[in-house]
Design a protein around this ligand. Sequence first.
Ligand SMILES: Nc1ncnc2c1ncn2[C@@H]1O[C@H](COP(=O)(O)OP(=O)(O)OP(=O)(O)O)[C@@H](O)[C@H]1O
Ligand SMILES: [Mg+2]
Length: 332
Amino acid sequence: MSGPNGMLYGGDEIGALVFDPGHHSLRVGYAQEDTPKADIPAVVGVGPATHIPDSEEKVPDGNVTQTGTKAGSELRHYIDVTELHVPRPGMEVQTYMKDGQVDNWDLFEKMLDYCYTKVIRSPSEHHPALFTEAVWTSRPAREKLAELLFEKYQAPAFFLVKNAVLCAFANGKSTALVVDAGASQTSAVPVIDGYALVSAAVRSPIGGDHLAAQAKNLLNTMHVQMLPVYSIQSKEVIRERERARYTLKTLPAGLTHSWQQYMLKRQYEDFCHCIAHVSESAYDERVAATVPGVHYEFPGGYHQDFGVERFKMAECLFEQSLGAPHLGNTKT
Ligand SMILES: Nc1ncnc2c1ncn2[C@@H]1O[C@H](COP(=O)(O)OP(=O)(O)OP(=O)(O)O)[C@@H](O)[C@H]1O
Ligand SMILES: [Mg+2]
């Protein structure tokens, strides 16, 4: 079947795009490729345009020139790590996701604009779009997305698929029980012959974010300070467990709480990625103590080995007495 713009539906070469929005990041790329083109943090920095440290700007002859800060009071949106991780006075970090689905459509539109102009770099009307959605996505949210894609982005074709179905498909199964541990929650969804059984799906608010919070608690109880990486000017090489020696940067005044918390969360996540480990058998402190530790250096220069703590941190995901709420039905 042939679609608009001479594309071939049912064939491979239609340049279809896949968008996979999540609480942690949005993955976007071409349908034919194995990996996404970009994995963009699912937050948008919103700040006054007046404070952009816009020091480098190209002039028509191709030279880079120094300019002052821009005038004007309109808000600017900062998307993706290179824009977002710069300390900017007054920039608040906001998310467009809530409860597994898109909630703030204005911010999400900014994110889609970014995807088309900076990642795909091709007009949206040339590419059919496939979006993934959580099984419990509400009807108004699905309608709003379809409206946005057809009316604003003029997509030639648009399709919504449950992420559990795609996950089963990616593993070559049409029937599967898909357990998805994301950032904001973990869900278990039965898929039968390519259909997700929504009423049988269960979810728990335990995921990567909970693990990062757990890491924060652990470091607090161990009195290890997680200094923000953007605040460190220089640090000295020190011995293990020795007191950190560093100098701090002078930061611009007016950095927002939401931005500072976001940056710290990224650091706690990095700590989890490097350190957290799941015990292969039921957790036993004596067995855990025999496993070699892993070394971690904090932004201030302090470094030490982590042994049993690695397992303790992840144990909260399995042990209800350690704070993991029971899986709840999606309807409750
Ligand atoms: N190696 C790792 N060890 C521990 N946690 C990890 C690791 N890699 C990724 N994560 C965590 O997984 C989460 C991201 O997972 P995923 O991309 O599935 O979430 P999402 O789809 O964006 O969110 P959600 O499904 O909640 O909407 C983050 O919290 C991240 O910190
Ligand atoms: Mg997810």
